[in-house]
Design a protein around this ligand. Sequence first.
Ligand code: GTP
Length: 516
Amino acid sequence: MTTEHIRNFSIIAHIDHGKSTLADRIMGLTGAVSDREAKDQLLDDMDIERERGITIKASAVTMNYTHAGKTYMLNLIDTPGHVDFHYEVSRALSACEGALLVVDATQGVQAQTVANAYLATSVNAELIGVINKVDLPSAQPEITAEEIEHVLGIRKQDCFHISAKSGLGVHELLDAIVTLLPPPPDNSDKPTAALVFDSECDAYRGVICYVRVFSGELRVKQKIRFMGVGRTHLITELGKFTPKMSPVDRLSSGEVGYVIANVRQLSDVTIGDTITDDANPADKPLPGYVPPMQMVFSDFYPGNNTDYPNLRTAFEKLALNDASFSFIPQNSPALGFGFRCGFLGLLHMEIVQERLERENNIDVVQTAPTVSYEVLTTDGKTTKIDSPADLPDVSAIEELREPFVRLEIITTTDTIGGIMQLAESRRCKLIKTDYLSQNRVMMQYKAPLAEIVYDFYDLLKGISHGYATMDYEFTGFEIGDLVKINILVNKIPVDALSLIVHRSVAENRGRKMLVR
Ligand code: GTP
């Protein structure tokens, strides 16, 4: 098979707009799974994902589809839609030539629709606009199409109207994937270069790397080198997800699949690394992508001190399959032994918390989430601190910088006033307002991350009666007039309870904490 017959694509969407349902439908129509299996949302393979209805880990599925007498290999790479998992979306997208941008016809364009479209455009993926759930009586496909054209620049007449649930329009969409999305370039005569876009750890087989081959090929028993970390390994198994793991002898230029090569720990593989042939290596690695950045930190202490070893074991287990989660031992005079944990964002933290309770039955005490800061000390050194307790003495601080984000909020016009008030009270600066349609608006803010990781999202949902959606992207660290609040218990400062906040809200925040 030449690359002419390969299409690598992702589905991107705001949460709940129907990505998994569409993926299942596509797998059903291409015969990758039976209709009954399709119902079980095969791509979401963790229990917690199924229960919460969110996709956490990206998965890749290879299918065959026949169009105009030719059989094509479709590689579908599933992506999560939530703000915290941006980095997974960009990883998945860099392995694709195109993406289906799915928008729910009853909801219209939402904050993560916009964020995902920006990400896709930044990696040059071709976009196909898809308006989903047109079977629902409340669907407004025409208005949704207008919004897509207005905000994302995809012509409204080029959007596909489908129902992922009933299958309406999905065949036409599959034809469009084949006819509108470009095939991967054929670089089979060049040295091997394969991008690791995801990985997971299997208790028996070790690390399974999800790869996209950009040039050359991968073969079983080949001696490969991970260019970033510099280690060599022998490939013991290669395969494709159909969606079950199906071994093959080789993966050629343009193809997507998995590699098993006796790698024991997830930490031995860097997502974004390039696999090459050890004997005939590529000149340079493929462009990697932005590594996941931990933005939110919180301390976890066992409710009962004797649970400390169990908590450590539980965290070790969690970290095995989640390279973006970290934990380091912490000791507080008031709370005893615990761990300082790092997360991508609040949802990520919630998921870890839930797994901890559900799978390990450990009662934990958790401190208020904080963000990381940059400190320039008088000796000219810049350091990142993840815990207020690590802040040097004020006399040694030249500059204290806090993380800022570009915040996008999409809401109905009648709630603009309330949202503006909330944003202003959180030191957010309005950059622009853009009307999507007669009664929906997109507001863009420059916001300090510390102010929105706290309870901003819940308040936003309250003010907008559940309608507003938000997304944010880290833009950089900036100097702030920040102070540290110490909380004393029995006249002794408790590090675990200390906070870094803006001077203007320090008193209020401190008092609030004591009342609680
Ligand atoms: P996340 O994985 O959480 O990001 O969600 P998702 O985008 O994968 O959405 P999912 O496929 O889980 O669909 C969300 C809800 O919408 C489910 O209850 C689906 O059954 C429903 N749904 C999806 N597509 C359609 C459709 O075409 N019509 C109708 N009526 N419901 C749909």
